[in-house]
Design a protein around this ligand. Structure first.
Ligand code: ATP
Ligand code: MG
Length: 558
């Protein structure tokens, strides 16, 4: 591997006016370095070696965050070289050549750092003498490093003339061009040219020939500064123009002053930006609140529109993103609820109209979209029960008609039961499917009477109670038929009754007021009648279950 002194060369970085720059490796220090080897042409200049060492020594004493560190100076086969810190990144020249312009604040940040680095070297009496974009390194983290203090020299030195014309003329000061004695203010002019170019993208003294450029630098005013590129209110124009004064006495005398002025402008711009950001944030917050209010009011379209307006100001805002999703979900949920509610209404109407098959279809639809909808579940169950029950009731009725107390009449003459939607809610004991035969009825009646008498006897014996003798009759006539389930007598006495007592029938009762309960499972609610029984009188109760239509029932059986 090729070496320069102890340094292993990695690659060539480029060639400038003074010589070649290599990237190399310092194995001892375990670090990458940049090495500038002075070219033969330069070496031919008188006194160059001594000048080189003196300047490198002086520059090597500069320790500032915006100045490239010089590690070492030495000679390899008679050629002096300078070892510096290796700086990854790009030259300001390359950055300026890029098509997309830098933001103004970024430009000011770079300019301030250049000013600070130069002001520091000036304070140590060192002039750079070759300030230009190619000698300004911008590292990856945005730090500025001024390179090539290798051709710098102490201010008091008179070794200026020989090196004066090294490099490009664009950034030279009038006094440099004229071969006059240069001081730190020459660097201030060079900085002014660089700053003009940094701000506007153009050179203040342009030209294709070095001679015309140099002429302009010495005799002409700089180019106009495009006002739209620099905020007029900042006063940047005046600062640039003052750095470009032909007469060094009229320029800024110290770049610290420029750095401070630029720092002030930058701070103001940032605070204005912060204010703008704050105002924008407030605006966005207001829009978000508005959108939320629309969302709560169920105005989804307006809510979404408002959220979108907010998103235009800050497309990356996650809160707006979440809000938009929330609105869309709420809108979908509302549509689903509306669908379920309309189907529920249809189902309720269907149920009232006894269209149970429809109710089942509708409630099924609802339950597909909302499986936990209790009303749909209930309606569905009721409709199914109604269908099943209506069938059962019909069968039961048919059987009753054939074998019941009114047996003997032709089946065809009997009224048919109504299909009732609701199952009987009364916890009555339903009659056995087959009504008892007359013989069985008789036996049961006897048993009942015996039980009744036994009960009465026990009561008599226990309470010396004389039961009233039945003196009146109640004739019960209920259509289509009813089971006598309860008879409540005076003093709320529950009279024992045969559960097989079916209408039409007669009850023999002592005088008094009675409440008689008559039930038919096909008709839900039982009929309750109150009868005042008087001695030796027959009371007739004629009732019909609500919803029982004799005409319809007869027609069905014809
Ligand atoms: P001049 O001699 O007028 O300064 P120049 O700046 O164009 O001319 P050089 O200084 O020789 O040329 O630099 C040659 C190349 O090496 C440039 O691309 C420069 O960016 C790069 N370079 C110089 N010093 C370093 C360094 N310390 N780290 C990384 N790259 C460097
Ligand atoms: Mg250079």
């Amino acid at each position: 591997m090729a070496k320069i002194g102890k340094y292993e060369i990695i690659e060539e970085l480029g060639r400038g006016g003074m010589g070649v720059v290599y990237k190399a490796y310092d194995a001892l220090m375990e670090r990458e370095v940049a090495i500038k080897v002075i070219s033969d042409g330069v070496l031919a200049l008188p006194e160059i070696k001594s000048r080189f060492y003196r300047e490198a020594r002086t520059a090597g004493k500069l320790s500032h965050e915006n100045i490239t560190v010089i590690y070492d100076v030495s000679e390899d086969e008679g050629r002096p070289y300078i070892v510096m810190e290796y700086l990854a990144g790009a030259d300001l020249g390359a950055i300026l050549d890029r098509s997309e312009p830098l933001p103004l604040q970024q430009k000011l940040e770079y300019a301030i750092q250049i000013c600070r680095g130069l002001a520091f070297s000036h304070s140590r009496g060192i002039i750079h003498r070759d300030i230009k974009p190619g000698n300004i390194r911008i590292t990856g983290d945005g730090k500025v490093k001024i390179m090539d203090f290798g051709i710098a020299k102490p201010e008091s030195s008179n070794l200026t003339r020989t090196g004066a014309l090294i490099g490009t003329p664009f950034y030279m000061s009038p006094e440099q061009i004229q071969g006059k004695k240069v001081d730190t203010r020459s660097d201030i002019f060079s900085f002014g040219v660089l700053f003009f170019e940094l701000l506007t993208g153009k050179k203040p003294f342009p030209g294709s020939e070095p001679t015309s450029v140099m002429y302009k630098i010495v005799h002409e005013e700089p180019e106009q500064i495009d006002e739209h590129l620099i905020d007029r209110r900042t006063g940047l124009r005046d600062i640039v123009l003052k750095t470009l004064e032909k007469d060094p006495d009229r320029r800024y005398q110290d770049l610290s002053e420029v750095a401070d002025a630029l720092g002030h402008i930058l701070a103001e711009m940032r605070s204005a930006d912060r204010k703008k950001v704050l105002e924008l944030k407030q605006k966005i917050d207001r829009l978000i609140a508005e959108s939320r209010a629309f969302l709560s009011a169920g105005k989804f379209k307006k809510a979404l529109e408002t959220a979108e307006r907010a998103a235009k100001f800050d497309p990356a805002n996650t809160e707006i993103g979440r809000l938009s999703i929330e609105i869309r979900k709420a809108e979908e949920e509302a549509a689903r609820k509306a669908f379920v509610e309309s189907r529920l209404q249809d189902a309720r109407r269907g149920y009232a109209a006894k269209k149970y098959e429809n109710v089942i279809a509708l409630t099924k639809q609802i339950l597909e979209s909302d499986p936990n909808n209790t009303e749909a579940q209930r309606l569905n169950r009721q409709a199914q029960d109604a269908i099943t029950y209506a069938k059962t009731g019909e069968e039961q009725y048919a059987e009753t008609m054939l074998a019941g107390p009114v047996a003997g009449k032709r089946r065809e003459e009997q009224p048919a039961p109504q299909r009732k939607p609701t199952p009987p809610p009364q916890p009555v004991e339903l009659p056995k499917k087959t009504p008892p035969s007359p013989a069985r009825r008789k036996t049961l009646a006897i048993v009942a009477v015996v039980v009744l008498l036994a009960g009465l006897g026990i009561s008599y014996r226990l309470f010396l109670y004389t039961p009233p003798v039945p003196t009146g009759f109640v004739m019960l006539n209920v259509r289509p038929w009813a089971q006598v389930t309860r008879v409540v007598g005076p003093g709320d006495t529950e009279l024992p009754i045969d559960q097989n007592t079916m209408t039409p029938c007669r009850l023999a009762l002592p005088a008094g007021s009675y409440t008689i309960h008559l039930a038919n499972p096909a008709f839900g609610k039982p009929i309750v009648v109150t009868v005042d029984v008087k001695d030796a009188q027959m009371h007739e109760v004629k009732e019909k279950f609500a919803g029982f239509d004799i005409e319809q029932a007869v027609a069905k059986f014809q």
